[in-house]
Design a protein around this ligand. Sequence first.
Ligand SMILES: [Zn+2]
Length: 309
Amino acid sequence: MQTKPHFFASHHFDRMAHRRDQDTWLEQRRNSGTSWFLPVAASKNLVFEGPPPTAALLTLGEVDMLSCPQVYLGEYKERSCFALLTEADHAAGWPGTVFQQVLRVATIIDTAEASLLAYARAMSIWHRNHRHCGRCGASTVSTQAGHVLVCSNPDCIWQQFPRVDPAIIVLVSDGERCLLGRQATWDAGRYSTLAGFVEPGESLEDAVIREVHEESGIVVRSPVYHSSQPWPFPSSLMLGFQASAASSEIHLRDGELEDAGWFTPDDLAGGTLIRLAPSVSISRRLVDDWYLAQTGRKLEAQDAPPKAW
Ligand SMILES: [Zn+2]
């Protein structure tokens, strides 16, 4: 199914993976006055406070930390972009900036910059979580411009690659109603499509059928792929599906959901009965597309205006 790109997708920039082993070219780009550096401290990206906030894309003259680990992200607006993996207490070096969770500013800042920040954040977390070899415990060394971590033990040299965790997310419908659920920790009234991680040895379709049955007791058939969204918080890839229900009685079987229910298009309109997931999410896209197919109308946005931060 053709859909417009999802939020956090990377079509805004060119990853230029073939350049990752070209050390001379990378060094030239690092020392170029036009390249951009994106400081990341653990899970937080550096942003200018604004208002409005913007991504901190710093040039060589603005950074004095090139000894920090770096990850070549690719080319954006004809500039080379490097994530600068730093520590939170270095933020004071840049006036007017703050380290911030990208999800808090994603809908306020430029969409392409939000994607770059999310990508940089995912690489930062991966580096922090893979400082040692999972086989022998020796330290790892960053290679391929930060995209491969190699064990430093010459008898091991195990390679680790950035982790991506596939998760299915599915709009289940019985023809007139859609199935939504909520977890106990969510904001009051918020409901979403059902989702869960794919397990080893499982197809995406298997995962859809299993997750829906585990969480709601509903039997579904013939899952159909819809679209995918990177959700690098820290490493998920959401694989969206639509599926038809072959049963209707809900049983919360695995305790993951606090509540689940069937909702008509009228239940969704207006945002008074329940609150849906934010517009940047594939969950909301799945609901929007189902609502449009049912009614011929677009579902109104429910997002609250961005809060001051
Ligand atoms: Zn090793």
